[in-house]
Design a protein around this ligand. Structure first.
Ligand code: SF4
Length: 269
């Protein structure tokens, strides 16, 4: 009697796709677990084999505060400082100079004490918007400059209404002030949003600063200036500036998201 030959069953396209998705998910899980294990192993290795104390002058390779897991400087717990600690190796002369500035420069002293007031009384209770308004009031700013991205004018407008409600005088200037075409300062077409097909005004943070300087603002609030444009604004603004919104279109202006999720979706950054 001849044996019946079984035909191999062929998978449908849908079944193959489901299998592929399942394997892909498993691979992602395994990659995540591997990353977590590697991080744990690194921490254990650092505990078991503390790095030898390096020359305080070492410029690039030395361990710094980002490698620290103890944060002993928080309460000056001398017995817990790591071998590479920047506090134990601090340049005492520079430290004294920094301290002297808080004690002798009126503006810096006022900024430090006002920041401490807001931190000490509202930490974890107030949102950044509330903290900023409290900071402005406590600092005693007579006129506040608002340097905003034109892409966040709606948000700037809501913030300005709050300033008005709290009796704070303000002056707002958007980043495209002056409408200078990008090519006029040598920005190449390939670095524009429309690749040269349309007129594109450059962001003009230097002019924003100059406008607010002319308005004699006592304090500036930055709302969503692009990375680097914020640096230029702060280089040219005469009044101290604090940042309310950091622009990050991808995360809804929450740039810490990729850092929180660095072990997962953003592990390939
Ligand atoms: S100063 Fe020392 S204790 Fe503080 S975070 Fe840096 S390395 Fe850690």
């Amino acid at each position: 009697m001849s044996e019946e030959v079984k035909k191999p069953t062929r998978k449908t396209k849908a079944a193959k796709k489901a299998e592929y998705e399942s394997i892909k998910e498993q691979v992602e899980q395994l990659e995540k677990q591997l990353l977590e294990l590697k991080t744990k192993a690194k921490e254990l290795d650092a505990d078991l084999n503390p790095a030898p104390k390096k020359d305080a002058e070492c410029p690039s390779q030395c361990l710094t505060c980002a490698d620290c897991r103890v944060k002993a400087c928080f309460n000056n717990e001398a017995e817990k400082y790591p071998s590479f600690c920047l506090t134990t190796a601090v340049n005492k002369k520079l430290l004294q100079k920094a301290k002297d500035i808080y004690l002798t420069n009126d503006t810096d002293k006022k900024l430090a004490l006002t920041a401490a007031y807001v931190e000490g009384n509202f930490y974890g209770k107030y949102t950044r918007v509330q903290e900023t308004i409290e900071f402005i009031k406590q600092y005693g700013a007579k006129k506040v400059g608002v340097a905003t991205c034109v892409g966040l004018l709606n948000e700037a407008s809501v913030f300005c209404k709050l300033l008005k409600k709290h009796g704070i005088e303000y002056y707002t200037v958007g980043c495209k002030i002056g409408a200078i075409e990008k090519s006029e300062i040598g920005i190449p077409k390939e670095n524009t949003l429309t690749k040269g097909e349309k007129f594109e005004s450059m962001c003009n943070p230097i002019m924003q600063a100059k406008v607010l300087n002319a308005q004699k603002t006592d304090l500036n609030i930055v709302i969503g200036l692009c990375v680097g444009h914020d640096a230029l604004f702060m280089r040219y603004a005469k009044a101290p500036s604090t940042i309310l919104v950091v622009k990050d279109r991808v995360t809804g202006h929450n740039p810490v998201v990729p850092l929180y999720t660095a072990g997962g979706i953003y592990s390939k950054i």
